[in-house]
Design a protein around this ligand. Structure first.
Ligand code: SAH
Length: 508
C-alpha cells in the first residue's frame, strides 16, 4: 500500500518544511510497526522547490488472518473462502489499514502540532496526493463527491485488470490524484480528509469497529464533516454501517452544526425580527429543506460566485460558506441589524484572510440597481419578494434581472394555498406580519413567466417541502436560467417607470 504527499516551495517557504510538519526528516527513512504490518516513510524527492513524502505500508497478510481480524473481508464476494484470506488485495490496495497507518505515523501532523515550525501548521500549502491503487466502491463519481467539496481537484484513472490483456477491462481500483492549490488546505486538514475518506471508499473495515470509532471520526472530521454534502455516506460507511454508531455520529454532528449555526443570542434575533427579518418558518425543518434545495440548485448550475439577496441573518450565506465550491458569496440586505447578526454568525472578525476574502455582507435595497451586483453566476432571493409591496416588484425585477443579470436566479416564496395546512395559522392570514402578499402557485408562475419573458431567461419550478396533492408544497421555487439565445439583450429592456421614480427617491 502506497501513498505520496507532495508540496512545492519557495526560498522563503522551502518545500522541505514538509519534513518538519510530518515530524519525519527528509534525509532519513522512518520505519515503525503498526497493526498488521510495517509502515515506512521515505522521501523520493526533497529540494526547496519540491518535496514528496511517501508512506509505504507493508502488510503481513498472514498476520492479518492469524489475528482473525481479516476474516470475512476477502474481496471478490467469497467472504469465508479459505483462499481469499491469503490471496487478496490487502498488501497492495489503499484501504482502511492505510488510514490506520496515517493515524499512527502522522498523528501530530494530523492534529496540527509542530514544535519546530509552529507558524507553518496553520498555513495552507500547495498539496498533491497520489494513491496508485485505491479500491473505489461507488466509482469515480463518489470519489469526486467526497473530495471536491473539501477543496480538492480530483483526477481518477481506472486501473486495468491486467495491462497485458486490455480486453479484460478495468479493475475495481483507481489511481487517485488529489491537488489543492496554495491557500486551500493545511497539511493537517489534508491528512484528516484521507484518514476518513480512504476507508469510506474502501467500504470494508479490516478491524473491529469499536464505539470509540465515533470519537475518532468526529475528531478527524472536525471543521469539515458536519457541513459535508455526503455526510450520510461518510458516517455510515466509516462506521461499517453499524446502525447505532451511525446514529450517534449523526446526532453529534447535528449538534455541531446547530452550535455553529445558532450561536447568536436570542435577543439579537428578536430585535432583528422587529426590523422585518423573517422567522416565520417555525417548523424549522422547512427552512432547512429550503436551504438544501437552494444549495442543490446552485451546485447543479455550477455556480461559484453567488449573491444572497435579502440574506437576513445569514443562515444561507453560512451554509454556502461551508462549501468551498462557492468561491465568492455576497449577502445583501436592507436591514443593518440583520447584517450585524449575520456578521456575528459568520464570525467575520475572526476569519483568516483567505476565508474572509470569500464572503462579504453589504447593505443595499433591492429596489434600486446596484453596480456592485453585476456579473455573478447566481443570485438567490429566498423568501424575499413577499416582503416588498407588490407595486415595488417591477423595481426589484429590473434591478435583478435587468441590471445585475446573474446567469441563474433562484426565487422562493410561500405558496398561499398551503396555508390551510398550518394548524397554528388562522384562516385567511399570511404567515408573517411583514408579508405584503402571498401568492398561489398560479400567481407565482404567471409572474415568473412574465419576468423570464421580459429579460431573456428560461424558468422552471420546483417544490420545497412535501408536495401536497391538493394544495401543493409549502414553499415554491422558480429557477431562472439565462436563455442561451437571449431574445432580448439587457440593454433593450427598459427600466419600468416605477424604477425611475424609485431611483429619484433614493437621490432625494
Ligand atoms: N433570505 C432569508 C431572509 C428572508 S426574510 C431567508 O430565506 O431566511 C426577508 C429579508 O429581506 C429580510 O432580511 C429583509 O430585511 C430583506 N428585505 C426586505 N426588503 C428588502 C429590500 N428592498 N432590499 C433588500 N432586502 C430587503
Amino acid at each position: 500500500m502506497f501513498l505520496t504527499i507532495s508540496t512545492s516551495g519557495t526560498p522563503e517557504r522551502p518545500a522541505t518544511d514538509l519534513g518538519f510538519l510530518l515530524h519525519k526528516h527528509p534525509d532519513n527513512r522512518h520505519t515503525r510497526s503498526v497493526s498488521y504490518g510495517t509502515a515506512h516513510v521515505l522521501y523520493p524527492e526533497a529540494t526547496p522547490e519540491r518535496c514528496t513524502a511517501a508512506l509505504l505500508l507493508e502488510i503481513d497478510p498472514v498476520a492479518l488472518v492469524r489475528r482473525g481480524k481479516g476474516k470475512g473481508k476477502g474481496r471478490g464476494g467469497a467472504p469465508d473462502a479459505a483462499l481469499a484470506q491469503y490471496v487478496n488485495d490487502r498488501p497492495y490496495a489503499a484501504s482502511s489499514l492505510l488510514a490506520v497507518a496515517i493515524g499512527a505515523v502522522f498523528s501530530s501532523a494530523m492534529r496540527g502540532v509542530c514544535a519546530a515550525r509552529p507558524e507553518r501548521v496553520a498555513q495552507p500549502l500547495p498539496l498533491r496526493v497520489e494513491v496508485p491503487a485505491l479500491p473505489a466502491r461507488g466509482g469515480a463519481e463518489l470519489v469526486r463527491a467526497l473530495f471536491e467539496p473539501l477543496g480538492w481537484a480530483v483526477a481518477v484513472t481506472p486501473v486495468p485488470l491486467d495491462v497485458r490483456f486490455p480486453e479484460w477491462g478495468d479493475s475495481q481500483y483507481v489511481q487517485l490524484v488529489l491537488e489543492a492549490p496554495d491557500g486551500t488546505l493545511t497539511l493537517g486538514e489534508a491528512l484528516r480528509h484521507l484518514y476518513v475518506l480512504l476507508p469510506v471508499l474502501d467500504d470494508a473495515k479490516h478491524y473491529w469497529v469499536s464505539p470509540d470509532e465515533v470519537d475518532k471520526l468526529l475528531r478527524a472530521g472536525e471543521g469539515w464533516l458536519a457541513g459535508h454534502p455526503e455526510q450520510e455516506v461518510i458516517t455510515s460507511r466509516y462506521l461499517s454501517r453499524r446502525r447505532s454508531l451511525t446514529q450517534e455520529a449523526r446526532e453529534r454532528l447535528e449538534l455541531v452544526r446547530l452550535a455553529d449555526a445558532d450561536d447568536t443570542d436570542v435577543d439579537e434575533i428578536d430585535n432583528a425580527v422587529d426590523e422585518g427579518t423573517d422567522t416565520e418558518e417555525k417548523p424549522v425543518p422547512l427552512a432547512v429543506r429550503r436551504r438544501e434545495a437552494i444549495l442543490a440548485e446552485l451546485v447543479g448550475a455550477g455556480a461559484g460566485r453567488v449573491l444572497d439577496l435579502g440574506c437576513g441573518q445569514g443562515q444561507l450565506v453560512q451554509a454556502l460558506f461551508k462549501d468551498v465550491r462557492f468561491t465568492e458569496i455576497v449577502g445583501v440586505d436592507v436591514s443593518m441589524r440583520a447584517l450585524t447578526v449575520a456578521s456575528r454568525r459568520l464570525r467575520l472578525d475572526r476569519l483568516g484572510e483567505r476565508q474572509a476574502g470569500r464572503v462579504r455582507l453589504v447593505q443595499g435595497s433591492l429596489a434600486y440597481t446596484d453596480k456592485r451586483l453585476k456579473g455573478y453566476d447566481a443570485a438567490v432571493l429566498s423568501e424575499v419578494i413577499e416582503h416588498l409591496d407588490e407595486a415595488r416588484l417591477p423595481a426589484l425585477e429590473y434591478a435583478v434581472f435587468g441590471s445585475a443579470r446573474p446567469r441563474t436566479v433562484l426565487v422562493t416564496t410561500p405558496n398561499v394555498e398551503y396555508n390551510v395546512r398550518w394548524e397554528s395559522l388562522p384562516a385567511g392570514h399570511v404567515r408573517h406580519g411583514d408579508h405584503r402578499f402571498e401568492w398561489t402557485r398560479d400567481e407565482f408562475r404567471a409572474w415568473a413567466h412574465s419576468v423570464a419573458e421580459r429579460h431573456g431567461y428560461d424558468v422552471r419550478f420546483a417544490p420545497v417541502g412535501d408536495d401536497d396533492p391538493e394544495v401543493g408544497p409549502p414553499t415554491q421555487m422558480a429557477v431562472f436560467t439565462q436563455a442561451v439565445t437571449a431574445a432580448k439583450a439587457p440593454e433593450t429592456v427598459k427600466a419600468p417607470e416605477t424604477v425611475k421614480s424609485a431611483q429619484k427617491d433614493q437621490v432625494a
